[in-house]
Design a protein around this ligand. Structure first.
Ligand SMILES: C[S@@+](CC[C@H](N)C(=O)[O-])C[C@H]1O[C@@H](n2cnc3c(N)ncnc32)[C@H](O)[C@@H]1O
Length: 288
């Protein structure tokens, strides 16, 4: 990635080298309907007292070895490290990785779909609205399975999202309607970032309500365990737990009306046998 592709990283580097202060370095966010907003880079250096409650709750719930996906300048990673967690941050932006590393974070290049050789974790964090990295309905399934491959048994996924319906702005409501018409989830935002002469590629960020998230999770290894919502801003923490593989497979088969034996993508013969036993067991015959 050269500097013009990494405008976000350059924004963080400029803000960091000047000494982070509010209202000093701004980036422009462009949506594909022409809607433009401005974001203050100071946000990426802010401290817990300045965060919304769901961000604070997410960081407080992190334990053990933690993967911070899309860590940017490491504002959450530094706090989780102070709390005693062993944190690895990943980010595709070379500038972000450089700033986070200078701030003492074990920061590495990586993405939600390709985290790299990072080991396994007790908690995986998608903070600062990074639930949006799920991107789209289809991509979310792939991403959530990918994250499950780096999760230890009993791991938690701590994700901060933004409810797209926490608005009555007619411009946003029209965008939702256009997405519905195209068969997309209403909160799928096609956008790009601009800073100085740098411009990112267009990409998708997925804003989901907790109810939409629950439906997406049904065919993944994760289950929604708790939600901490900030009604004023629309931000919420979704805490997810890793389901047992056998439950995931059974659910996926039921949803797709297929047999567990038709699933070539998973080494599932032992799981299939267990599900067959469950199905043969009459109702009320002991615990499932
Ligand atoms: C909205 S910012 C949030 C940053 C950070 N979590 C925070 O709250 O300060 C999104 C971050 O995700 C990173 N990112 C973008 N695409 C990504 C991907 N596919 N996988 C992981 N991180 C990604 C960006 O470089 C950026 O650092």
């Amino acid at each position: 990635m050269d500097a013009r592709d990494d405008g976000f990283g350059q924004l963080l580097l400029d803000c960091w080298s000047a000494g982070p202060r509010p209202h000093t370095f701004l980036q422009v966010i462009e949506r594909d309907d022409g809607f433009v907003s401005v974001e203050d880079a100071y946000r990426y250096f802010s401290v817990p007292e300045e965060w919304v409650e769901p961000e604070r709750a997410a960081v407080l719930r992190a334990r053990g070895r933690v993967l911070d996906v899309g860590c940017a300048a490491g504002r959450h990673a530094t706090v989780m490290t102070e709390q005693g967690c062993e944190v690895v941050g990943i980010d595709p932006s070379p500038g972000a990785v450089k700033v986070a590393a200078e701030r003492g974070v074990d920061a590495r290049p990586g993405t939600i779909l390709d985290p790299g050789d990072v080991g396994t974790f007790d908690a995986i964090a998608l903070l600062g609205g990074n639930l949006g990295l799920l991107g789209s309905r289809r991509r979310s399934t792939v991403a959530l399975y990918r994250l499950a491959t780096v999760a230890r048994p009993g791991a938690r996924l701590l994700a901060v999202g933004h409810d797209p319906y926490a608005t009555d702005d007619p411009v946003h409501l029209a965008y939702h309607e256009h997405n519905r018409w195209r068969g997309l989830l209403p909160g799928q935002i096609h956008m790009r970032l601009r800073y100085k002469d740098a411009m990112s590629e267009w990409f998708d960020r997925l804003l989901l309500s907790p109810a939409e998230l629950t439906r997406l999770l049904a065919v993944t290894p994760w289950r929604l365990a708790d939600v901490v919502a900030d009604r004023e801003t629309g931000f919420y923490l979704a805490e997810m737990t890793l389901a047992r593989q056998v439950d995931v497979l059974e659910h996926a088969c039921a949803a797709a009306c297929v047999s567990v034996h038709d699933y070539p993508w998973m080494d599932c013969q032992a799981l299939a046998a267990e599900i067959d036993v469950r199905r043969r067991r009459p109702r009320g015959d002991g615990p499932p």
